[in-house]
Structures are given as C-alpha cells and as structure tokens.
Design a binder for this molecule. Structure first.
Ligand SMILES: [Zn+2]
Ligand SMILES: [Zn+2]
Length: 166
C-alpha cells in the first residue's frame, strides 16, 4: 500500500477511536482491524464481503463484531450505510455527496453527481416551502454490460434482482 494511503486510513481509524472514547467504549484490536480493512476497500461494501476479508486475517472475529463495528462507524459519521432495494446493507466512506445508479441484474453500483438534478431538487422543495436536510436519489435499471447481454439470453427483467453474494 502507498504510504499516503495508509496514513489516510490510519487517520480515519484514529477518528473512529476518538468517537469510541467519547462514547465510553474501549479501543480494541479487532475493531481497529475491521475499520482498517473497511477503509482499504473502495465503493459499497457489504458485511458479508467485509467478513470474508476480516476472517482471512483473524478467523476468531465474529459477524456480530463486524456488524457492530460498522454501526459504530456509521454513528460516528465517518461512514454512510446504504440500503439499496433487493440487496443487503452496504457501507461506504462518507465524503462528497453523490447519488447512485443500481443495476438490478448484476448488482453493480455507479456513483454520479449532476448539478442540474441537485438544483432542480432544491427548486421543487422550494416551491413546496420545504427545507431540505438530505436526499438520496437511487435509479434502478440495467447497466451497460447487462443491456448488451440482454439480447443474447433471456429477458433481463425476468431474472431475480440483485443476487445475494455468498
Ligand atoms: Zn448489470
Ligand atoms: Zn456511493
């Protein structure tokens, strides 16, 4: 791993530990390991995927511990949890605001940000005298790859939604 990347991850783990301290919780080696592995990941990670990585390094860490650690990370604001339709909860590092395109066939997730959409949302809310605290835009459909395969096999729309990763 690049030095700059590992310093950034270490800083994020320190922020988690500051949050734990403020909550009266102890720093543990297991939590540090889970958080470090999560911050090494990119994109939208499920508990199952994270567990697989964690268990390779320490088979004694339980699913419950991974789950609780991710909840603590979400509470600290360092991480956002996402509940996309048809899938398990996924976690991503909190950062710049963005929205998501979700493929209902292969489960791939694309992030996007569109200034016009953001502006329009604010305008719609304004017309209703509504003050926006947050929003999430999730667009479901078929990704480019799945649309290409659509022509060679069964109709994509008939397949089951986002497959559960085992
Ligand atoms: Zn797809
Ligand atoms: Zn995202």
């Amino acid at each position: 791993m690049e030095a700059a990347v590992s310093i950034k991850i270490a800083a994020q783990v320190e922020k988690l530990n500051a949050h734990l301290l403020a909550c009266g919780l102890k720093r543990t080696r297991q939590r540090d390991l889970i958080a470090t592995l999560f911050f090494q990941e990119e994109g939208h990670v499920s508990i199952e995927e994270l567990c697989t990585k964690v268990r390779k390094l320490d088979a004694r860490i339980s699913v419950a511990t991974v789950y609780r650690t991710m909840r603590l990370l979400a509470q600290s604001g360092l991480v956002h949890s996402r509940n996309f339709v048809g899938g398990h909860t996924r976690y991503e590092v909190a950062g710049e605001h963005h929205d998501h395109l979700i493929c209902t066939r292969c489960g791939s997730i694309v992030e996007f940000e569109d200034k016009q959409i953001e502006t329009l949302q604010a305008a719609v809310a304004g017309r209703h005298g509504f003050f926006i605290l947050s929003h999430k835009m999730e667009i479901y459909g078929l990704c480019k790859d799945c649309r290409l395969h659509q022509h060679s096999g069964e109709p994509a729309g008939l397949r089951s939604p986002i497959p559960a990763k085992s």
